[in-house]
Design a protein around this ligand. Sequence first.
Ligand code: AMP
Length: 568
Amino acid sequence: MSSFEQLGIRAEILLALQELGFETPTPVQEKAIPHLLGSDRDVVALAQTGTGKTAAFGIPLLERLDPQERTVQALVLAPTRELCVQITKDLERFAAHLPGVRCVPVYGGANIREQIRAIQRGANVVVATPGRLIDLIDRGAIDLGRVRTAVLDEADEMLNMGFQEDLTTILERTPEDKRTWLFSATMSGEVRRIAKNYMREADEIGVGGTGKANTAIEHRYTVVMMRDRYLALKRFVDVEPDLFGIVFCRTKQDTQELAENLTRDGYNADAIHGDLSQQQRDRVMERYRSKTLQLLIATDVAARGIDVSNVSHVIHFDLPGEVESYTHRSGRTGRAGKTGVSLSIIGSKDVFKIRNLERQLKTHFTYTRVPGGAEICERQLLTLIGKIKEVEVDEEGISRFMDAVELDLAGFTREELIKRVVSLEFNRFLEQYRDARDLNVDLARKDHNPRERREKTEFTRATGEMRPMFINLGTADGFDKGRMLGYLCGITGLTNQHIGKILLKDMYSFVDIDAKHFDEVLGHFRNANYKGRKVRVDEGTGGPRGDRPQHKPVGAHPGKHRYQKARY
Ligand code: AMP
């Protein structure tokens, strides 16, 4: 293991790193820093969030800056506001002893005029989300003609969020002979395409291999009936009194409902999703960061770029549709040398998705049983005793009350007193878990479970009625019937029993969907992206049975549909 001194970093930055408490470089820093300092070639680096990647590109970026020159020499593009703010803060800390470095973050949802003024005051580093940067370019408020270094951070996330065209527009405004450094947690086909189109022949820096999971994270899963997921979640929180976690749900409504239910049941939880104003979002994040909140309930989009240290657990209340989302979600824990747990609470029909994740991430998922009442009570009791042992007694403050207290409690024996003190906090758990049933689904015996049988019978009736759905993905996107089925099940949470015939064309497909779930299925695709492209679904007429590529818009505004029939 090398030291920062050995990586060829100047004294001013070394001093800043020392003040930040960075003692040894992380693996990605060890590889990337000397490479980016010593070569003018473009670089593609595979690095998960939490591995120290900001310093890996930030330090070389600052080393190569001319602080006397007041033009935009370095441009960092990142998918979210949070990440922009975080990167800017980090760069400012690394540059604490480098006078003249002016780093300005620009992102949507904040006053654009103030951002323009900050740039015009002489920014030499700009950290931007693609959408807001395009706004600034359109207004003629920023000149990218002097950029020497461009960094694409979390490139896969930017593509997932549909920023591909914006990236093209932005990069075309920068000089051809600049250096481009692309950082990504995963190496999808889209990321490779961006690298191919916008970078000169790039060197690859890998830490741990493509799509490989961060080894600081332990992946676990537990199997319950779907209706028991909430009870299971509470038990995992109760059995781990020091748990500090992010719980992922698929939709905004789900996050809201889950947070409300948890709060009602006495847990410290709040939701973060796209419908919150920036101010509300900041407030929730502030409470979470300061650990006033124990559980942050989030959608994938809302949780992007969140960098909170010491997150002990990421909990998947719903599994995400794509492997990349799973990687990003779990990357919120196991950061900066700490370990963390990524726990999926699933129904038995989703076990195959865990197997797929294992294959793709080349990592093992450990099966974990939902803790029983006795185990939870024991852990809570031990924690309580630990607290009693550790509590600091304010001798001076309490002394004047002690005579009265002792007099009042004189009638109790030592044993009785201990029992009463412990019961004060412990009764809630004893009460809650007195007759707690086992929530685990025994996978081997699932077909013998009468409820499962009932669900199957109910479904058989439902299959009678199907409605054709149009989707703008087809064989040109690499789908065959099996992949399409897997993709639809992943996004919607339905099983293959709710999905009927599939008719694949080059650019689109028709899929028969159980009529009872049709509207809910359309809802699941509301913000869906597939490899950087917006996924559009609609009610299809014709469809698998008729083989006629027509579709009609559904929903409250039929006149506003965005699909161009002529395209197909
Ligand atoms: P990043 O992957 O850049 O988001 O970094 C994750 C966290 O690790 C941040 O809180 C950094 O401040 C911290 N960090 C990065 N590099 C080091 C290092 N060499 N030593 C200690 N902490 C680090």
